[in-house]
Every structure is written in structure tokens, then in C-alpha cells.
Design a protein around this ligand. Structure first.
Ligand code: 3HC
Length: 297
């Protein structure tokens, strides 16, 4: 099973990065969005990111100018934008990276199940929802995996490859190989809440928010403590801004509903409040901190 043509549904924060790394790895990629304006935004981000990566490679002496130009043109040349789901029909793999809402994801996979060729493998980039439920909704549970990338996809080196009891071994192997072709190190995980990373990371972020809510320390001191005390690249509140407060809240609410007796899945009030105020983190320019693009202002 050789994955050559990939469809990515959603060209937002995660989706645009997945489109890019798949194209960098040599696949033809269809980037699908609901509206042309969203597509243009995602493709614009990819252009900037590819150019930045090429520039860094030249600075490091790993590529010369001609090789950098070929890298940029080759990557962008393999990407085609679309707002028509029918363009995904002959993809070898379709990865979903849309809003973190299980019903919306299940409806999408039910539609794709009817539209795509029988061999197409489906994958969800969900942070926290059960892969098995989406697999059943797609009508092809043996050809379904989780492919969970990390933000920013272009720089983070991991991909979690999640299988259910029904996932075909060859499909799982093809998904791992695809992750490697994107330049990532795959780890395997069963279909459990949050898989490996988010099962550990989200409760850690939650504890930082509860600490802030109690007034135990300032946000700056909590972040500095984890950066300098543990060597983390970002403190937990900066990271929550970076991931998105809405995404973090969706994850926690979904878990709380499904596992009401799990103490690690607590929803901090401060998170609900900031989301209700539209302060979603870096993407809206304010969360716990104020942001100017990628940098805290
Ligand atoms: N494409 C290309 N280049 C990029 C880029 C992108 N998307 N994003 C950043 N860069 C570049 C920057 O422009 C910068 O270039 P410069 O050195 O020329 O200015 C360079 O990469 C380094 O970036 P920063 O200056 O921002 O510095 P850092 O050294 O802090 O690196 C980071 C940034 C890799 C994001 C690092 O801070 C980090 O690893 N943070 C933690 C991220 C993390 O934990 N992610 C996981 C979140 S959880 C998740 O995604 C799961 C989900 O389900 C919730």
C-alpha cells in the first residue's frame, strides 16, 4: 500500500501544516476547505512557512540557493486547493483536520465513505475523540486510523498513529510509513482518550490553569517555572494560548462528558470564561497573553 495522493480536509491551524509536510514528503495533496477565503488563508500560511524553512536550510548550509528554490517550488507545486469534496474521490489517504466536534466529524466521514474509492484510507487528526466511532461512521472501519500531528506541524517531530481493534494491519503500516515520509517519528497508540501526548499534556495544562485561578502564582511565574525548572520550550499557559483555548476547552468538555468520574478531566472556570469572551489565544490575538502574530506582545 503506497500512499501517493493525499486529501486533507480543513486548512486551518493543523490542516495547513499537514498539507505542507505531506507535500514536502513527496505526495500530491488536495487541500479542501469549505470556502475559498479559508483556503486562501491556509495556502498563504503554507507559502510563508515553506519559504521560511528553505531560508533556514540555506542559513545552515544544508541547501544552496538553487536547491532551496527547488524545495519551495516542488512542495508548492504538489499542493492543489479545492472547495469540492468530489476532488478527494481518488485519494489514497484522506486526513480530517476540521473542528473538534465529534458529530461534525462523523457526518463528514459518512459522506466521504460514500464518495471515495473503496481503497482510500481515512484518518482523523482528532486530539481526543474516539477513532472507533468515526471509523464506524465511515462504513470502512478496517481502513481507518488516527494520525495525530502536533502544533506547529512543520516543526514538531512526532505523529501518533492510532489503531482500533478493527484497523487492518496493512492500513496501520501504510499510515506509519506515511508519517515517516512526512519527516515525523511515529508512535503507536491504542484508541484511548488523548492517546499518549494529550492524556498527559492536557491534565498538566489544566493544573496550571487551576493554579492561576487559585492565585498560587502569576501566569509569568508558572510559565518561567516550567521552562527553567523542567526545560520545557514553552510554559503551560503560553502553550494553552498556542494550542487555542477553545480547542483545549473542547477536549476537556468532551472528556468530562464521557468520563465524569475521572478527576484529571476537570474544566477550569477561567478557561470557560476566556473562551466565552472570545479570547482564544494566539489565533485571536489574546488569551492568557496578548499576541502579535506568532510572538507574545
Ligand atoms: N513554519 C516554518 N517556520 C516556523 C514555523 C512554521 N510553522 N513556526 C515557527 N517557525 C520558525 C520561526 O519563524 C523561527 O525562525 P527564526 O529563528 O528565523 O526567527 C524558528 O522557527 C523558531 O521559532 P521561535 O522563534 O518561535 O522559537 P522556538 O525555538 O521557541 O520554537 C517551537 C518554536 C518549536 C514552537 C517551540 O517553542 C516549541 O516546541 N513549543 C512547544 C510546542 C508544543 O508543545 N506543541 C504541542 C502542542 S499540543 C498539540 O499540538 C496537540 C493538540 O492536539 C492539542
Amino acid at each position: 500500500m503506497n500512499i501517493k495522493k493525499v486529501g486533507v480536509v480543513g486548512c486551518g491551524l493543523m490542516g495547513h501544516g499537514i498539507v505542507q509536510v505531506a507535500a514536502q514528503g513527496g505526495c500530491e495533496v488536495i487541500a479542501l476547505e469549505t470556502e475559498q477565503a479559508f483556503l486562501d488563508k491556509g495556502l498563504g500560511r503554507i507559502q510563508k512557512s515553506v519559504a521560511k524553512l528553505a531560508e533556514k536550510q540555506v542559513e545552515k548550509g544544508k541547501l544552496d540557493e538553487a536547491q532551496a528554490k527547488a524545495f519551495v517550488e516542488g512542495t508548492l507545486g504538489r499542493i492543489k486547493g479545492s472547495t469540492n469534496k468530489a476532488d478527494l474521490a481518488d485519494c489514497d489517504l484522506v486526513i480530517e483536520a476540521i473542528v473538534e466536534n465529534l458529530d461534525v466529524k462523523k457526518a463528514l466521514f459518512a459522506e466521504l465513505g460514500k464518495l471515495c474509492m473503496a481503497d482510500t484510507i481515512f484518518a482523523s487528526n482528532t486530539s481526543s475523540f474516539p477513532i472507533g466511532e468515526m471509523a464506524d461512521a465511515s462504513g470502512r472501519p478496517a481502513r481507518f486510523v488516527g494520525l495525530h500531528f502536533f502544533n506547529p506541524v512543520q516543526l514538531m517531530r512526532l505523529v501518533e498513529v492510532v489503531r482500533t481493534d478493527k484497523t487492518d494491519e496493512n492500513v496501520f503500516a501504510a499510515a506509519r510509513a506515511f508519517g515517516e515520509s512526512c519527516g515525523k517519528t511515529p508512535v503507536s497508540c491504542k484508541d484511548t482518550p488523548g492517546f499518549v501526548v494529550n492524556r498527559l499534556l492536557v491534565p498538566y495544562m489544566t493544573q496550571a490553569l487551576l493554579m492561576l485561578e487559585r492565585g498560587d502564582a502569576t501566569k509569568e511565574d508558572i510559565d518561567t517555572a516550567m521552562q527553567l525548572g523542567c526545560g520545557y520550550p514553552m510554559g503551560p499557559l503560553t502553550l494553552t494560548d498556542y494550542v487555542g483555548l477553545d480547542t483545549t476547552l473542547f477536549i476537556l468538555q468532551g472528556w468530562k462528558e464521557r468520563y465524569p468520574n475521572e478527576p484529571a478531566f476537570e474544566v477550569p472556570k477561567i478557561l470557560e470564561r476566556l473562551v466565552s469572551e472570545g479570547k482564544l489565544g494566539r489565533k485571536t490575538g489574546e488569551g492568557f497573553y496578548k499576541w502579535d502574530g506568532d510572538k507574545k506582545s
